[in-house]
Design a protein. Structure first.
Length: 570
């Protein structure tokens, strides 16, 4: 009997959690592979075209073959993670992505490479949302979790800055296949770490997902992208192009209809009733079309028009990435201080100016003329991206923050696919230099359209507005903690004094109901009961001022609430 009790007690004890640092490493491996694949892939496009004997349309499918499934499956992946478990989905995504990278290395022709890129996009769509979920399970403490997510997020800037440089060096030394080959050992190590150290997350069948709506949306998006890429070669009047546009409209309409009738939709359509949410999502789509389509065009200009090597092209892209990473650190503070609309509009204006400057720049321009324009491109993008994130998250309830972020990411991926499709079609029948100039001019127009959309979004209250209206500086918990700890008033981790948080005092319910304020700072219970009299001196604990309130409107108080009220009164 004693052994059975001990055995049951040991079985009920929680198992020790695996070292969360290995979970962070595994999650970072997945993020690093996905970002390196995107940033280094732009540098590899001219080498792929020369080796596999394809044209600009084929190159656009190399990029869109990855982007389309990633955008189409991003919303579905969140539901799959809840249903199957984040660890299982993360591991499966890494396996698919690693196997697809090996297929890219062995690609004998452009069709094989595009098919492998489609599998890569599917794998990335599976493990990217799940990577944050496994971090949340590994770090249950909010402070440690915030630190881990900060490290995870900082890899975006590091990989974005180093991706073009690493990719250019690898392509220059070993060829374009090396940028996919490097994913294989990283992916295998990430899978082993996930299987060994990532904690199993419980699967939940509470959330359903509609495969019909998912298929309709993916079909409509793929048909639209195909029509935009092929219309320059086949013409607008081609029956296949017209049929593709009809299929795209039908697929998107079917997706909206199925989501509207679904009891548990992947995309809650009521979110689009908010003007800030709608205009920001639309601006993100148009901005991504101009920005990532422009990067696609610059990759061809640097190597085909200007004659740079892949390593030199990587250095030029590195200017954009470095300024993006450095400015992103400050851009979030600007959005908190001045609101999200000002940095968003300013960043889009900077991007428009840089696109016009790059379009008018001659092919033989020296680096001291081209470098500042590339730096402006990175600076403008860094002002836009965090502001869009903050605007979307501020326009949705906290319970739908994940869906809001997924909508923003999907808008960016859809814009990327459409922008590359449109810009790639401009190379058909034109010299490369003329097509580059035309595409960069279109990018400037897209930035202007995004600027017009962003300027129509309602401006949320900034910290500066709050100070102007309240007459004092509003203190967020982060700001007040930084001020107190930075001045040496309180040691790190110590509770802050009440005077450090300049928060308004909560008003007592009785004061809201017309009870006159008494002398002194406290108006609630002292105004309700005359001096020297307590609640117990009146029948049912109600003062003459409260007796006029109907009993149905009086809120019952618990014992703890009565104790707090008594302490306020006496």
């Amino acid at each position: 009997m004693h052994l059975s009790r001990r055995t049951r007690a040991e079985a009920c004890m929680p198992r020790p959690h695996p070292d969360p640092r290995f979970t962070l490493i595994a999650s970072s491996f997945g993020l690093g592979m996905a970002l390196l694949d995107v940033t280094a892939g732009n540098v590899a496009l001219p080498s792929i075209r020369a080796d596999l004997h394809t044209d600009a349309a084929g190159l656009s499918w190399v990029v869109d073959g990855y982007t389309l499934p990633f955008a189409s499956l991003l919303l579905l992946a969140g539901g799959l993670g809840d249903r199957l478990g984040a660890r299982r989905l993360f591991t499966a995504g890494l396996v698919v992505f690693t196997a697809a990278s090996a297929m890219c290395v062995a690609a004998p022709d452009i069709g094989w490479l595009i098919a492998a890129r489609v599998l890569q996009g599917m794998g990335a769509a599976l493990f990217m949302p799940a990577s944050l979920s496994i971090l949340r399970s590994a770090y249950p403490e909010p402070v440690e979790r915030a630190r881990a997510i900060g490290i995870w997020s900082s890899l975006t800037a590091v990989t974005g800055a180093s991706g073009p440089l690493v990719g250019g060096a690898l392509i220059h030394a070993f060829g374009w296949r090396s940028i996919f080959l490097i994913n294989v050992p990283i992916g295998v190590l990430g899978v082993l770490l996930a299987l060994r150290f990532v904690q199993r997350s419980p699967a939940s069948a509470t959330r359903a997902f509609d495969l019909g709506a998912q298929a309709a949306g993916a079909f409509g998006l793929a048909a639209l992208t195909w029509a935009l890429i092929e219309r320059s070669a086949r013409g607008w009047s081609s029956p296949l192009i017209v049929l593709a546009f009809v299929c795209a409209a039908g697929g998107i309409a079917a997706f909206v209809a199925l989501e509207r009738r679904s009891a548990d939709p992947m995309l809650p359509l009521h979110l689009f009733r908010d003007r800030t949410f709608t205009t920001t999502a639309a601006a993100a789509l148009v901005y991504a079309a101009g920005f990532f389509g422009g990067l696609f065009v610059l990759s061809i200009e640097f190597q085909d028009v200007q004659g740079h090597s892949p390593a030199a092209a990587g250095l030029l892209f590195g200017i954009v990435s470095v300024f993006f990473g450095v400015t992103s650190i400050v851009a979030g503070r600007l959005a908190g201080r001045y609101g999200t609309r000002a940095p968003m509009v300013g960043g889009l204006a900077v991007l428009c100016a840089s696109a016009v400057g790059l379009a008018e720049l001659p092919a033989s321009a020296p680096l001291f003329m081209e470098g500042p324009l590339l730096a402006l491109t990175g600076l403008g993008a860094a002002l836009v991206a965090p502001s869009m994130n903050a605007a979307i998250l501020a326009s949705v309830p906290s319970s739908l923050a994940g869906i809001g972020g997924a909508v923003l990411n999907t808008s960016r991926q859809v814009g990327t696919a459409l922008g590359i499709a449109v810009f790639a079609s401009s190379f058909h029948g034109r010299p490369a230099a003329e097509a580059v100039r035309l595409s960069l001019g279109c990018a400037a127009l897209l930035y202007l359209c995004a600027l017009a959309l962003a300027s129509r979004a309602p401006a949320p209250a900034s910290q500066k507005d709050l100070r102007r209206h309240s007459g004092r500086r509003p203190l967020s918990p982060m700001h007040s903690t930084r001020r107190m700890r930075g001045s040496g008033a309180a040691p790190a981790g110590a509770p802050l004094p009440r005077t450090a948080l300049a928060l308004p005092r909560p008003r007592i319910a009785g004061a809201r109901r017309g009870i006159p304020r008494g002398p002194g700072r406290r108006s609630g219970m002292r105004a309700a009961f005359p001096p020297g009299r307590q609640r117990a001196d009146f029948p049912h604990g109600r003062s003459p001022a409260q007796s006029s309130i109907p009993a149905s409107r009086a809120r019952p108080r618990s014992g703890c609430a009565r104790t707090r009220a008594g302490s306020l009164a006496g």
